[in-house]
Design a protein around this ligand. Structure first.
Ligand code: MUC
Ligand code: MG
Length: 382
């Protein structure tokens, strides 16, 4: 064999179930556990890269499930890596994209591991492999209030403000009728006043008619941003954007650059939620961001509620955006009772510190990985 090219020595995918700190109530699912797929990719030089593939609520958010993500990587993506030079991340991903349709979350997990390994080899942070490198060291971070109870949400928000951890709150709505949801949002905004920015995410839960009423009531309540009120791919988003003053953020509408172009060209939204998982990796997510930026839209660093590895990867990308007008919601690591990182991500002063050090800038806690893996046969003593 060739002793210069760095090829695949080992690829492992691990399903982990991480309990959440409280039930997280969304229109399509209530999460009590976050299931993630951890990718560990070792090259012939011994360098390991890690990546995470995570979705929300089984198959309720999108068509990829945690189990499916693992299967697609093991059965269809891993063989494509055989014999490839893993230092050529762009070339390897081009090959994968040629032979694997869709499955953006699986692709993101693998691309993240390749990027982590290559950046480690070069001795730089992953952000330095994207565009011109990082332009910021801290990212503003929103928190999602989704306990399902108004009083508990207000209490949670007050605690976050007092701790100076978050002063931007996203409320998950769309489950109750529009007026009840709007009253819930209005009560929270009234309690927090100018001390916080309040935004909502409907996760496509409304019809256009419901959204008409909802947007009006939310504007009266003082909401700053409405995320994905209606289903992706219809004309409704553009009509709502034209008719209402509160800006609309596209989330589920954006699965990569082609969607980004269509949403921008169709004036469907004023803000793009940039998600590495939904886009198919850091590089495709960067393409979406640059299209949004070129179209004069605002950017926001979105999350699939990834744990520490995926959150660090998202942070590496968001750190390269010259304009991050709406901040981020990279709090997934804080929604799980225990993350799998050796050193926790640092949250302070309403921001996440972008990890420094090579690659993603994070390391695994092997005991936690062993403890939370789904295929653990015998219960550990604790
Ligand atoms: C989404 O749809 O944006 C992000 C924060 C949160 O609580 O859920 C997500 C998913
Ligand atoms: Mg969303």
């Amino acid at each position: 064999g060739n002793d210069v090219a760095l090829t695949l020595a080992r690829l492992e995918t691990v399903l982990l179930d991480l309990p959440t700190i409280r039930p997280h109530v969304l229109v399509m699912a209530t999460m009590r556990v976050q299931s993630i797929v951890l990718v560990r990719l070792t090259s012939s030089d011994g360098v390991e890269g890690i990546g995470e593939g995570t979705t929300i609520g089984g198959v309720s958010y999108g068509p990829e499930s945690p189990e499916g993500i693992k299967l697609v990587i093991d059965r269809y993506i891993a063989p494509l890596l055989e014999g490839e030079d893993l230092t050529r991340v762009g070339a390897v991903m081009a090959k994968i994209n040629k032979h694997v349709a869709g499955n953006n979350i699986a692709k993101c997990a693998v691309e993240t591991a390749l990027v982590d390994a290559q950046a480690r080899r070069l001795g730089v942070a992953a952000s330095e492999l994207i565009a011109g490198g990082r332009v910021r060291s801290h990212l503003p971070v929103a928190w999602t209030l989704a306990s399902g109870e108004t009083a508990r949400d207000i209490e949670e928000a007050e605690a976050m403000l007092a701790a100076r951890r978050h002063n931007v709150f996203k409320l998950k709505i769309g489950k109750r009728d529009v007026r009840a949801d709007a009253a819930h949002v209005a009560a929270i905004k009234k309690a927090l006043g100018e001390r916080a920015s309040v935004r909502v995410d409907v996760n496509q839960g409304w019809s256009e008619t419901q959204a008409e009423l909802g947007m009006r009531l939310l504007a009266e309540a003082g909401v700053d941003l409405v995320e994905q009120p209606v289903v992706r791919g219809s004309g409704a988003l553009a009509r709502l954007s034209a008719r209402h003053d509160v800006p609309i953020m596209a989330d589920e509408s954006l699965h990569g650059a082609r969607d980004g172009f269509a949403v921008a060209a169709g004036a469907q939204a004023q803000v793009f939620a940039i998600k590495i998982a939904q886009s198919g990796g850091l590089f495709p997510a960067n393409d979406v961001a640059r299209i949004g930026h070129a179209a004069g839209l605002g950017l926001y660093g979105g999350t699939m509620l990834e744990a520490g590895v995926g959150t660090a990867a998202s942070a590496q990308l968001c750190a390269t955006f010259p304009n991050l007008e709406w901040g981020t919601e990279l709090f997934g690591s804080l929604l799980v009772q225990e993350d799998i990182l050796a050193e926790p991500l640092r949250y302070a002063d309403f921001s996440l510190q972008v990890p420094e050090g090579p690659g993603l800038g994070v390391r695994l806690d092997e005991a936690k990985v062993a403890y939370f893996r789904r295929d653990r046969t015998a219960p550990l003593l604790h």
